[in-house]
Design a binder for this molecule. Structure first.
Ligand SMILES: Nc1ncnc2c1ncn2[C@@H]1O[C@H](COP(=O)(O)OP(=O)(O)OP(=O)(O)O)[C@@H](O)[C@H]1O
Ligand SMILES: [Mg+2]
Length: 461
């Protein structure tokens, strides 16, 4: 089951016939979240805000040409919505209506209303719309995954193109980006795409190796070169021969080692410690840093000549917060990967989790996202991952902030429902309490899809 199936099923009901009806209330009882539009402009605004899968339209035979124009316009805004028509048997047989049905609708429901049959039709339309949108996503997916990297954003797509371009130039590359943005993954992608792909890819973290070991780690040593050197040790540069050497955290390299590395880059030879001859080594260097190397050069902490040697080609990986389109794609990808190992685990993210992930700043970038999703999948005891499972419950989802217009509409709707509840649906008393005329109250109730004839105002509205 996909995450979408566990989310609320939203239904857009377009009823421009002007008559108040009980339908919204009936379908709400079937578990649908219904938003009512009394004209196509309102429907358009609702569609712009929410990703509807199903729309229901009351086709009453009047002004069908206008209805066709409206539906065309709505389809241009969101072509994924599966529209269902609600019409009488008689309308169904009339040519103008059936023509519109054939052109704009996925299915229809004939009146009188049969709650079960209508729910089945809407559910079927919803399922088909989901299948169609997932198939479209899968078609697009291969465009978003390249070099085992995921990225839908324009900047990641540009990075993929650059990886292709630099791969076969066989020049040094400097990769820059904050921690966890995918520098090592990019270096590997360059290697795998290059003519050296059959050779080794050797990664060295210059910041993690102890100072006194890094010299031997990089250049190797001969047997007996120093006390304890019982065997010859092949250094990482030599081990990368014919392939690529990835020097991570290059900014952490001591000045002394910078001199040695510079010599290697200039002469393409290494001297094993304790060795008597220089050895030629054919290696491509890719370096990465998350510090400002120019500043380090200014401060005398990084050799300028080495900086220029390494910085022949440069790739910059943007932080995750600058490419928010990638957040849901990455989250879904890692969720699916992890879920394969945990069939009884959660089935997806709640909408609030998705909203919070989208608005969170991700200081640890993709690595942090993987960690949070991993923890959530492992620890979540329910079917849906909530913000607290991601340890993001304290964050405010920017997406959840609503516009002033929406806030006013919500307040208006709440006030009407409270007035009706308190007056036991007595419209005259409710309108007095609200300080508006009965006619205005009827109009507002219709706009908000509130059914006054029902004895009980449903909880969900
Ligand atoms: N675009 C991406 N698609 C899929 N996985 C990614 C992507 N970017 C990063 N990752 C994953 O995120 C994690 C961190 O990536 P990586 O180690 O390459 O980052 P980094 O920039 O080298 O980090 P650091 O500066 O901390 O060394 C890895 O598990 C990597 O596979
Ligand atoms: Mg790294």
């Amino acid at each position: 089951m996909s995450a979408h199936q566990l989310k609320a099923r939203h239904l857009l009901y377009l009823n421009s016939s002007g008559c108040s009806d009980v339908l919204p209330e009936i379908v709400r009882r079937q578990g649908w979240e219904v938003q009512v539009a009394s004209h196509s402009g309102q429907a358009h605004d609702l569609i712009a805000k929410r990703n509807y899968m199903v729309g229901l339209v009351h086709v009453d035979g009047s002004n069908l040409q206008q209805l066709a124009r409206d539906l065309q316009h709505l389809k241009e805004t969101n072509n994924a919505i599966h529209w269902v028509a609600l019409l009488s048997d008689r309308e169904l047989l009339l040519q103008p209506s059936s023509g519109i049905l054939a052109n704009y609708f996925y299915d229809y429901h004939t009146l009188p209303m049969d709650t079960k049959r209508l729910d089945f039709t809407l559910g079927h339309a919803y399922g088909m719309a989901e299948i169609a949108s997932q198939a479209a996503l899968a078609r697009n997916e291969s465009r978003f995954v390249q070099h085992r990297m995921i990225g839908k954003s324009a900047c990641m797509q540009a990075l993929f193109r650059k990886i292709h371009r630099v791969a076969n130039l066989d020049l040094s590359v400097l990769i820059r980006g904050e921690s966890g943005t995918g520098k090592e993954l990019t270096a590997e992608a360059i290697h795998r795409t290059s003519s050296r792909a059959a050779g080794p890819f050797v990664a060295v973290n210059c910041g993690a190796l102890p100072k006194d070991l890094i010299q031997t780690e990089l250049f190797g040593h001969e047997r007996g070169a120093f006390t304890g050197a019982q065997r010859r040790h092949i250094g990482r540069i030599e081990a990368a021969s014919g392939g690529t050497l990835f020097l991570d955290e290059i900014g952490d390299l001591s000045l002394e080692l910078q001199v040695n590395l510079l010599r290697f880059l200039q002469e393409k030879v290494i001297d094993r410690i304790g060795g008597s001859a220089s050895l030629p080594v054919d290696v491509r260097i890719i370096a990465a840093t998350n510090v400002d190397l120019e500043k380090a050069v200014e401060k005398g902490l990084f050799r300028e000549d080495l900086y220029y040697r390494l910085n022949v080609l440069q790739l910059q990986i943007p932080p995750l917060r600058e490419r928010p389109e990638d957040i849901p794609v990455l989250a879904e990808f890692f969720f699916n990967e992890l879920s394969k190992r945990l069939p009884d685990g959660p089935k997806g993210f709640s909408q609030s989790s998705i909203d919070i992930m989208n608005s969170y700043s991700w200081p640890g970038n993709v690595r942090e996202l993987i960690n949070r999703v991993q923890r959530a999948v492992a620890m979540c005891e329910e079917r849906i991952i909530k913000p607290q499972d991601l340890d993001l419950s304290g964050m405010a989802a920017v997406r959840n902030l609503i516009t002033l217009t929406d806030a006013r509409l919500q307040a208006e709707r709440d006030a009407i429902i409270t007035a009706l509840k308190t007056t036991r649906n007595n419209v005259t008393r409710a309108s007095k309490a609200l300080g508006i005329s009965r006619v205005t109250l009827y109009r507002l109730m219709e706009t908000h899809g509130i059914d006054w004839q029902k004895q009980k105002i449903p909880e969900c509205i």
